[in-house]
Design a protein around this ligand. Structure first.
Ligand code: HAM
Length: 423
């Protein structure tokens, strides 16, 4: 029997978890500023939510964790957030509200993929869905938010790539042009792309295989097959992005891994060390039929999701200062059972008043206590020796300035507040 973590999963240990918290707090505040509210949906759904006839992507057909519960219901661990959120949007009739529903979410997803660097079987996504409108303004709003996510985190070498797949008519026209172009070369395509040829030819377009890359150089692109309406939609999106100084790159070969997309699709790509071929920090796009397919009215929506492990890695590389742990306000230093007992009660009192304070458990040598205070980057030491105890006083030492003052117990919290510049 072995007690190790499941292949493709990882633990977030205490020395890493503060980084996750810092990133989460930052993006939550940003998304709320844009008018998005959090939605939390279950990590398991009935299989039919993801396994829809229209969704033939490898991700859903081959990589999902499916199982039967004890009542023989077929369930799927969510491989992505969107379908479950649309299920909830429909089930809770959120579409009856007058305004567009703007949601953000954060949570684990599961895909049975080959684990690699930056590719896991359980991974965290952070995303948004704006549902209930098909105007280009909403596309621009969502792409802008993806851009603001990377801009506000000051990520280096990260860009937003954008493309349009157009409406259904554009897509049908394009797929037939692509197939016509590729038919004479079919045998020369990579094995994967040969499989995709009949099932999902669009995915051939973003194949990384060198033999496909050569053949794709002169292949037709979706932008050339957009209907006038689809073209106008995309032009409007780009103008709105330009007017808001959103920096993006047109990527005519960008297609996405899921089948529900139409019109605007985009990806946030990183040229950052440590990513290898998995350089997509996030991706998203517009979906026009998902709400209807899941039992709701004919309403469109658009969203994106970031892979949080990748986003965090890009942040560590480009902007490590963002992730410095928060210093502790104070650390108690005592010397024996008597002084420790008093230090313990003073500490609880300070905590009740909102200070972050800690001490060693059990009582350790003076040197070991200092070492631990340093590890917590404590801004003050509260020292309680035999002499202080007999006088009803403590010594507070500012660890930055090295200045120290002796104050009666009653003045501990007000003096500490002054020292820390608490308002
Ligand atoms: P997706 O491109 O499949 O889109 O996933 C979004 C992001 O999740 C990827 O760009 C990547 O950063 C991360 N990701 C995906 N798989 C893994 C994995 N195995 N390990 C680590 N990170 C991974 C979606 O899921 C859509 N639901 C996005 C969306 C929202 N479209 C519209 N609304």
């Amino acid at each position: 029997m072995s007690f190790v973590k499941v292949k493709g999963t990882y633990d977030v240990l205490p020395e890493e978890s503060f980084k996750w918290q810092a990133l989460e707090a930052h993006v939550k505040a940003l998304y709320q500023r844009f008018g998005y509210q959090e939605i939390r949906t279950p990590i398991m759904e009935y299989a039919s939510v993801f396994h829809r006839d229209s969704e033939q992507s490898d991700m859903v057909t081959k990589e999902t964790y499916n199982f039967k519960d004890k009542s023989n219901r077929l369930l799927t661990l969510r491989p992505e957030g969107t379908a479950g959120i649309i299920r909830s949007y429909v089930e809770n009739k959120l579409y009856t509200k007058q305004e567009v529903t703007k949601l953000y979410y954060l949570g684990p997803n599961f895909r049975y993929e080959r684990p690699q660097k930056m590719r896991y079987r359980q991974f965290m996504q952070l995303g948004v869905e704006a549902i209930g409108d098909s105007s280009p303004t909403l596309d621009a709003e969502v792409v802008t938010l993806a851009y603001e996510t990377i801009r506000s985190l000051d990520l280096k070498n990260v860009k937003v790539c954008i493309n349009s797949l157009g409406d259904e008519q554009s897509r049908t026209q394009y797929l037939s042009a692509l197939k016509n172009y590729l038919t004479p070369f079919k045998e020369h395509l990579s094995i994967d792309s040969q499989h995709r040829f009949d099932k999902n030819p669009l995915r051939i377009l973003d194949s990384k295989a060198p033999e496909d890359q050569v053949l794709l150089k002169n292949a037709p692109i979706p932008l050339d097959y957009l209907t006038p309406d689809a073209q106008a939609h995309f032009q409007a999106v780009l103008s709105l992005l330009d007017a808001s100084d959103v920096i993006y790159e047109l990527s005519p070969r960008l297609v996405r891994g899921l089948d529900y997309y139409a019109h605007t699709v985009f990806e946030i790509q990183a040229d950052v060390e440590g990513f290898g071929s998995h350089n997509a920090l996030g991706g998203g796009g517009r979906y026009q039929h998902l709400v209807h397919e899941l039992g709701g009215p004919q309403l469109g929506g658009i969203g994106f999701a970031f892979g949080m492990e990748r986003l965090l890695h890009a942040l560590v590389v480009s902007n490590p200062d963002f992730l410095t742990p928060k210093a502790m306000d104070a650390f108690m230093i005592s010397f024996d059972d008597m002084t420790q007992e008093k230090a313990f009660s003073l500490m609880q009192n300070l905590r009740r008043q909102g200070f972050s304070v800690d001490m060693t458990f059990p009582l350790k040598s003076f040197k070991a206590q200092l070492k631990q205070a340093l590890k917590h980057a404590a801004r003050a030491l509260i020292i309680l020796g035999e002499e202080e105890l007999s006088q009803g006083q403590v010594t507070i030492k500012n660890t930055q300035t090295e200045k120290q003052v002796k104050v009666p117990f009653e003045k501990l919290s007000s003096t500490l507040k002054e020292i820390l510049n608490h308002v």
